[in-house]
Ligand binder design. Structure first.
Ligand code: AMP
Length: 280
């Protein structure tokens, strides 16, 4: 495993691989790796000549009152885990190297960022788009891998890459879950025992939606109400949103005809969890 810490060194390697016609897979992460991340990495290793995992807690995608300072980190553990699935390069830059004094560029993908997490986390997707653009320019990947866990992020990066003709194929990977259904997340470590137990209502409520949809229900209001009612059986759950949106545009739908994403964000005490399911 080669650890690259410097932005200049990453740029040099990216150029070299491109000149050698190497097909590079990129897996962008914020570290504290779990099996969800490793599923992305495994797919990248299987499909490309070499794989780079980036490990960077991107400060500009966090809001002022969010968990940037306490976000869990374990670089050594991450390197061992990534290596165990065949990743040969890890890029873990310092924030000051990615965003030197005077950094001034912002990016805004309209429409697709205006709902769900984009509505409640102002500036979040602008920060995501800037860091991904930088990573794509540095690593020059042939393919980049993203989890369906962050369904809106996947839709945003697809739109970004398409609109700007970025020479990278965006690959989506299904959500990896714990045995009991909770979507794996680095933030799950924040959950105390009580919250961990109650957080099960999230994946269960998505199954409620799926069952209704499979039975032929197409009234978004009714599906959302059933999901909400199930989440509310957990006393600690504080719903931020439950939405049914078009799977590509992320705009709310009243009656799902094309594939739609039932997405939710729920707080358990101070921990904010997201989950989703594609219907249709
Ligand atoms: P993060 O480190 O949380 O920014 O996640 C890095 C990448 O891993 C993103 O593309 C996530 O969507 C993906 N990811 C995180 N958790 C999961 C999961 N449980 N299943 C699949 N992909 C995931």
């Amino acid at each position: 495993m080669e650890l690259i810490k410097s932005v200049a060194e990453m740029a040099e390697l990216g150029r070299k691989w491109r000149a050698e016609n190497k097909r590079v897979g990129l897996v962008p992460t914020m570290g504290y790796l779990h099996e969800g991340h490793l599923e992305l990495a495994k797919q990248a290793v299987a499909e490309n000549d070499l794989t780079v995992i980036s490990i960077f807690v991107n400060p500009i995608q966090f809001g002022a009152n969010e968990d940037l300072d306490v976000y869990p980190r374990d670089l050594e553990g991450d390197l061992a885990k990534a290596e165990s699935v065949g990743v040969k390069y890890a890029f873990a830059p310092e924030a000051a190297d990615m965003y030197p004094t005077g950094f001034a560029t912002t990016m805004d993908v309209a429409g697709v960022t205006q709902t769900l997490c984009g509505a409640s986390r102002k500036g979040h997707f602008q920060g995501v788009c800037v860091v991904l653009s930088k990573l794509f320019n540095l690593v020059q990947p042939y393919r980049a891998y993203f989890g369906q866990k962050d369904g809106q992020q996947l839709a945003v990066v697809r739109k970004l890459a398409q609109d700007l003709n970025m020479p990278v194929e965006i690959c989506g990977v299904p959500i990896v879950r714990e045995a009991d259904g909770l979507a794996k997340s680095s933030r799950n470590v924040y959950l105390d025992e009580e919250c961990r137990k109650q957080a099960l209502v999230l994946s269960q409520s998505l199954q409620v939606a799926k069952r209704l949809y499979d039975e032929g229900e197409r009234d978004a209001g009714l599906i959302k109400a059933a999901v909400q009612a199930h989440i509310e059986t957990a006393p600690l759950a504080q719903i931020e949103y439950v939405e049914l949106v078009d799977a590509v545009t992320m705009q709310p739908v009243l009656k799902p005809e094309k594939p739609a994403m039932l997405a939710l964000a729920v707080r358990f005490k101070t921990t904010r969890l997201i989950d989703n399911i594609i219907l249709g």
